[in-house]
Design a protein around this ligand. Structure first.
Ligand SMILES: [Mg+2]
Length: 117
């Protein structure tokens, strides 16, 4: 399945689940929705970092936490939450994530695979 199809599916879900969120009447409303999604994305990234922190605390520092193998499900869950907000923000702003990804990949190839001599 293509990424933009996933974005479409996520938008459809979000519009059905949170119709008030998608009732955007002016520019200020739009900016507030962008702010909300940005905060939500950062929150999920924080949850992911917390899961990883507990893995590191256990594996590296011998403190309480979980071994990597036992925490992959939690990493998967938080990573998916991040992905959901990435897709929702792309849908809100009409960003073509596939196109943006390939543009970035090309730039990274230039940067990391063909460093200037
Ligand atoms: Mg989460």
């Amino acid at each position: 399945m293509e990424l933009n199809k996933l974005v479409e599916i996520q938008r459809d879900f979000s519009e059905r689940a949170f119709p008030e969120f998608w009732r955007i009447s002016d520019r200020r409303d739009l900016v507030l929705r962008v702010e909300y999604l940005s905060n939500a994305l950062a929150g999920e990234a924080g949850e992911l970092a917390n899961v990883v922190k507990k893995i590191v605390r256990r594996e590296v520092y011998g403190g309480p936490g979980e071994p990597l193998e036992g925490a992959v499900d939690k990493v998967e869950e938080e990573l998916t939450d991040v992905f959901i907000y990435v897709m929702t923000m792309a849908a809100l702003l009409g960003i073509d994530l596939e196109k943006a990804y390939f543009r970035k990949l090309k730039a990274n190839e230039e940067r990391f695979l063909r460093p200037s001599r």
